[in-house]
Design a protein around this ligand. Structure first.
Ligand SMILES: NC(=O)c1ccc[n+]([C@@H]2O[C@H](COP(=O)([O-])OP(=O)(O)OC[C@H]3O[C@@H](n4cnc5c(N)ncnc54)[C@H](O)[C@@H]3O)[C@@H](O)[C@H]2O)c1
Ligand SMILES: [Zn+2]
Length: 367
């Protein structure tokens, strides 16, 4: 089993990764010393696939566990859904010595984590991520929250899980498009922190996508978790270093919102955002041509929907300006000096506008 530690003093926890680990989850959770009831929160698809195994494992370990399901998809990340869960969980008798378990992708993780953070002023929670994106990114780091009608992830807080249990075999049923979406975050992780892992990714990316070898995939998941754990361990609340985890995300998010949510999976928009950030890094003379070409050829291996013609550069610039207003020190973007070496730079509106023009004119990552 790979074990990655997230070092956060009294909030430290471990991420356990192993094929078949879902069946062991009862024992791992019982070892936490939980005395109260356990509420497993999941979505309809994931609960249909894995809830029986997980609840069975919890009950075998002597825990009183019950399942609470929400509809699939981003719309479940809402205050109204959280409120429904509060009612069900209070009726269930969940107490502060109980536990919430998030079984699913990033939507369930963010919603269940937010519910755990707020109900009874905070209940411990465990993440059992079942999408590649949630295994390599969202289940680690303690950012939890829901959406608001004015924007994604606007309501939330930091609430670290007490344990993360990852079973790469759960990815078997995950649609291919979702796997590639998660892989975008793996590329991001390698680019900001780990040149050796990037080399491995260059060799093995397609093998991971078809889940060819669960052992090697587990090692890749652990490498990503190690990167995130190290960054979060040094800057839990994103006052500095943690910003590098947003590499590629300014334009990625803007593209997601400007094209209307639903066109891109998060990771697909992120690939465009990464390509944009690389292009700007090269334009600024930060990144050499050879490295640029190397990373660009990895990004071209992703199957991506084209950017819709209807996406207007102004919408993307608007998003950028809004982000800038939200920061007292102007908008600093994460760019790249080399693989594994990010730099944070202020970017002028003019340069931003010009590079977005290049992206929309298909001069960047020309498909
Ligand atoms: N908290 C963070 O740090 C953080 C970081 C990145 C993303 N996020 C959030 O994560 C969310 C996206 O997460 P996601 O990409 O995992 O999407 P998701 O949770 O919506 O899952 C995608 C789809 O896959 C299904 N699914 C999940 N696991 C499956 C499996 N093993 N087999 C078959 N189907 C399965 C789900 O039912 C869902 O329909 C967004 O809301 C985003 O804001 C949070
Ligand atoms: Zn992301």
């Amino acid at each position: 089993m790979s074990i990655v530690r997230v070092p956060l003093e009294d909030r430290s926890y471990s991420i356990r990764i192993e094929p078949g680990l879902l069946g062991e989850a009862g024992r791992l959770i019982a070892d936490l010393g939980i005395r109260g009831r356990v509420a497993v929160i999941s979505d309809r698809t994931v609960s249909g696939l894995f809830a029986k195994t997980l609840i069975g494992a919890l009950q075998t370990a002597g825990l009183e566990a019950s399942l609470f399901t929400v509809p699939d998809g981003e719309t479940s990340k809402s205050l109204s859904q959280a409120e429904k869960l509060y009612t069900e969980l209070i009726r269930f008798g969940l107490s502060r010595d109980g536990l919430i378990v998030a079984l699913g992708g990033g939507v369930v993780g963010d919603l269940a984590g937010f519910t755990a953070a707020t109900l009874l002023r905070g209940i411990p929670f465990v993440q059992v991520p079942t999408t590649l994106l949630s295994q390599v990114d969202s289940s680690v780091g303690g950012k939890v929250g829901v959406n608001h009608s004015l924007g994604k992830n606007l309501i939330g807080c930091f609430h670290q899980p007490v344990l993360v249990i990852m079973d790469p075999l759960t990815l078997d049923t995950l649609p291919m498009r979702e796997r590639w979406s998660g892989a975008a975050e793996m590329v991001k992780a390698a680019l900001i922190r780990d040149a050796v892992f990037f080399e491995r990714l260059e060799r093995e990316l397609e093998d991971w996508m078809v889940l060819e070898d669960a052992g090697r995939l587990s090692e890749a998941l652990a490498a990503c978790c190690r990167i995130k754990a190290e960054v979060v361990g040094r800057d839990e609340r994103e006052s500095g270093l943690r910003r590098i985890l947003n590499f590629g995300h300014t334009v990625g998010h803007a593209l997601e919102s400007a094209s209307g949510y639903g066109v891109f999976r998060h990771g697909e928009a992120l690939v465009y955002g990464l390509a944009w950030a690389l292009d700007l890094s090269r334009t600024f003379g930060l990144l050499g041509e050879a490295v640029f070409q190397r990373v660009d050829s990895v990004l071209r291996r992703f199957p991506l929907p084209p950017i819709p013609e209807s996406v207007d550069a102004e919408r993307i610039v608007e998003h950028f300006t809004r982000d800038k207003k939200n920061k007292s020190d102007g908008l600093h973007l994460v760019l790249l000096n080399d693989i594994g070496r990010p730099v944070i730079r202020p970017v002028r509106d003019f340069d931003f506008r010009e590079s977005v023009g290049r992206l929309l004119n298909r001069q960047i990552i020309n498909l």
